[in-house]
Design a protein around this ligand. Structure first.
Ligand SMILES: *Cc1c(COP(=O)(O)O)cnc(C)c1O
Length: 222
C-alpha cells in the first residue's frame, strides 16, 4: 500500500499537482475482513465495495471511522439497503437509479452524495451514461434534492495502451469543464474518480481526485 501511495505522489508531482489532492480508495471487494483490518492498522480509512450485501456484512464488523464508497452497479431493489454510512456512490449510471435514490433519500431523510458514472470509453460492456446524455442528466438534478452530485466517475478501457488510457481520462477532465459551465447553479463537479491498478498513474496525471485500487494492493505486488 505504501508503494502505491508513493507512486500516486510521484505521478502527481510529475504533473505539477499536489499529492494531497488525490484520495486513494482501497477496493476491498471480495477481500476478507482480516485484510481490511490490516490496511486499517496501516492507516487506510477509505474503502470501496461493489456489492451491497457484501458491504452490509462487512461494514458493521469494522471500525466506525472507515469511510465506505460504492463502486458497483446498483439494482433498484437494493437501494433500500443503503444507508447514511455510505459516504459516496460512484455509480450513478441511469435515470431510474436517480429516481430510486431520491425516493429512499426522502424516506430516510438523508441526502446521498454521488458521482455520475460516464461511459467515456463507450464500451458496451460497461455501465454509465453515454457522454451525450450527461448534459440532460445534470439539468434534471435540481428535481432530485436528496441526491447531491459532486463529480464524475469513469472506468478506463480494458487492456488499453497508455495512450488510449490517457485519452479516456483526459476526455473526462475536459468534458467536466464543459459540463460544469452548463450545470444548474449549486452543482459542483469537483471529483474525478478515475484510475484502477492498471492505469491509476495515468489517471492522476490527467486530474483524478480519487483513484480506486484493488489488485495492486492485494496481490502482493506492493
Ligand atoms: C474492482 C474495481 C476497481 C479496482 O480494480 P483493480 O484492478 O483491482 O485495481 C476499481 N473500480 C471499479 C469500478 C471496480 O469494479
Amino acid at each position: 500500500m505504501e508503494k502505491v501511495r508513493r507512486k500516486i505522489s510521484a505521478a502527481a508531482l510529475q504533473a505539477g499537482r499536489d499529492p494531497a489532492a488525490i484520495r486513494m480508495l482501497m477496493v476491498s471487494k471480495t477481500q476478507p475482513l482480516v485484510r481490511i483490518e490490516e490496511a486499517y492498522q496501516e492507516g487506510q480509512r477509505l474503502f470501496a465495495e461493489n456489492r451491497i450485501q457484501e458491504w452490509r456484512a462487512k461494514a458493521p464488523q469494522l471500525p466506525e471511522d472507515c469511510e465506505w464508497h460504492f463502486i458497483g452497479r446498483i439494482q433498484l431493489n437494493k437501494v433500500k439497503y443503503l444507508d447514511r454510512s455510505m459516504a459516496l456512490i460512484h455509480s450513478l449510471d441511469r435515470f431510474e437509479l436517480l429516481r430510486e435514490l431520491e425516493r429512499q433519500g426522502r424516506q430516510q431523510d438523508y441526502t446521498w452524495t454521488a458521482l455520475i458514472q460516464v461511459n467515456i470509453a463507450d464500451d458496451s460492456a460497461k455501465a454509465g451514461l453515454a457522454t451525450q446524455e450527461v448534459k440532460d442528466f445534470l439539468e434534471i438534478l435540481p428535481d432530485y434534492p436528496h441526491v447531491r452530485v459532486t463529480g464524475l466517475m469513469t472506468i478506463g478501457r480494458w487492456g488499453a495502451s497508455e495512450k488510449d488510457a490517457r485519452q479516456v481520462f483526459r476526455e473526462l477532465r475536459l468534458r467536466r469543464e464543459a459540463w460544469q459551465k452548463q450545470a444548474p447553479p449549486g452543482i459542483f463537479l469537483r471529483e474525478l474518480s478515475m484510475g484502477m491498478s492498471a492505469d491509476y498513474e495515468i489517471a492522476v496525471k490527467e486530474g483524478a481526485s480519487i483513484v480506486r485500487i484493488g489488485r495492486e494492493i492485494f496481490e502482493g505486488l506492493d
